[in-house]
Design a protein around this ligand. Structure first.
Ligand code: AMP
Length: 294
């Protein structure tokens, strides 16, 4: 691979410019906006797969003269002490190739020191929803996630930010933070990209063994079959999904919940709901969710 050409503000790879320093990225992004470009941010932790690529393609399809910006940062604040921070995959060169293939113009790859220099201990608090569902077994996870997302929003200053529905509670909390704290941008959710058998794509799927991989599909099958009986009401949805989950003894289900699609509170009769599941299979923790019309 040829060495990337240095430019004044980072290094260029084809049309792609990579910055690791927030102080360098911010003026570039501001200048692009001042020139009439629409900055669309796709925040990621890297190890880019087809789900991330779909977010990037979605970014490019936003109306206007779009600059797709991807951030790649494995955020230590959102990992618990016994989680996979150290072994989380970080294939940066492959990720940059994927970004170039998808027509990304700017990539932001800060180091932990760039994002959290010594003494940087101010945090966003996720509120009650932050302690629910994923927040139960992962205390502080959403505070850490919202803190980095708020920083990314300030550093990049996007017009639009895209998040996957795959992480539905994250999407809901980011929308809520933007509303509650008056961030001047719009947050858009993108439907989950799945393997042909239904498994939601995730950077963590690489942890699944050959034996676990086919078993993991039970998660999405349970959600699909549950959603299919929504005409019979919320109890039927949960009962059907639970029955499917119970067919796979390797799955340790942490929660299966039907919630209101906007607030993640109690589902409303006749409203849009979301069926969400979290389960462990061996050492790997997987989450998934689907829309349900009640
Ligand atoms: P991550 O790198 O896991 O933090 O994910 C970065 C973004 O990609 C988040 O907004 C995720 O919700 C989204 N994402 C992850 N997996 C998928 C998927 N299978 N389909 C759509 N979006 C996804």
């Amino acid at each position: 691979m040829t060495a990337p050409a240095r430019t004044r503000n980072g290094y260029a790879r084809g049309r792609l410019t990579v910055h690791d320093d927030p102080a360098k990225l911010t003026p570039v992004s501001r200048a692009l906006r001042a020139a009439g470009r629409k900055v669309v941010l796709v925040p990621t932790m890297g190890a880019l797969h087809e789900g991330h690529r779909e977010l990037i393609r979605h970014a490019r399809s936003v109306p206007g003269n779009v600059v797709p910006v991807v951030s790649i940062f494995v955020n230590p604040l959102q990992f618990g002490p016994n989680e996979d921070l150290e072994r989380y995959p970080r294939p940066l060169e492959r990720d940059l190739d994927a970004c170039r293939e998808e027509g990304v113009e700017l990539v932001f790859t800060p180091s932990v020191d760039h994002m959290y220099p010594p003494g940087s201990d101010t945090r966003i608090v996720a509120g009650a929803l932050g302690a629910d569902l994923e927040g139960g077994p992962r205390p502080g996870h959403f505070d850490g996630m919202l803190t980095v997302v708020a920083k990314l929003f300030h550093i990049v200053g996007p017009d639009v930010a895209l998040f996957g529905e795959k992480d539905y509670q994250q999407l809901t909390l980011v929308k809520k933070m933007v509303r509650d704290l008056d961030f001047p941008l719009s947050v858009v959710g993108v439907p989950t990209v799945r393997e042909p058998d239904g498994l939601a794509l995730s950077s963590r799927n690489v942890y699944l063994s050959a034996d676990e991989r086919p078993r993991a599909v039970t998660l999405s099958r349970a959600l699909r079959e549950g959603a299919a009986v929504s005409a019979h009401g919320p109890a039927a949805v949960l009962e059907r999904a639970r029955a499917v989950l119970d067919t796979e003894p390797a799955l340790q289900v942490e929660y299966l919940e039907l919630r209101d699609a906007d607030t993640l509170g109690e589902p409303v009769d006749g409203g849009r709901a979301r069926l969400l599941v979290a389960a462990r299979i061996g050492a790997t923790r997987l989450i998934d969710n689907v829309p349900v019309q009640l």
